[in-house]
Ligand binder design. Sequence first.
Ligand SMILES: [Zn+2]
Length: 95
Amino acid sequence: MLRCRNVHPTPETRYLIDMVQVVEAFRASDDFDRELVGIYHSHPRTQAYPSPTDRAEAQWPLAAYVLASLRSDEPELFAYRIRDGAVLEIPIVEP
Ligand SMILES: [Zn+2]
């Protein structure tokens, strides 16, 4: 897992992954089979469901978009696939 910086000018409400950091991580890795399988971010005050912006800006249709909501004492965690703006919830399975 690679924890990336949020480089969006308003990181309180939006996110923008630092792609320079991602490219450097892939380049530095000895694991040539490494691929992007999921992206996570949190919604501090709203539900763990892709916002209109999340849906509009989703760029990896095969990746799992994992969202954590911190709006209550118990964090909520859900995963989705987002393709062409459409949202499909996918299960999170614990090992
Ligand atoms: Zn979001």
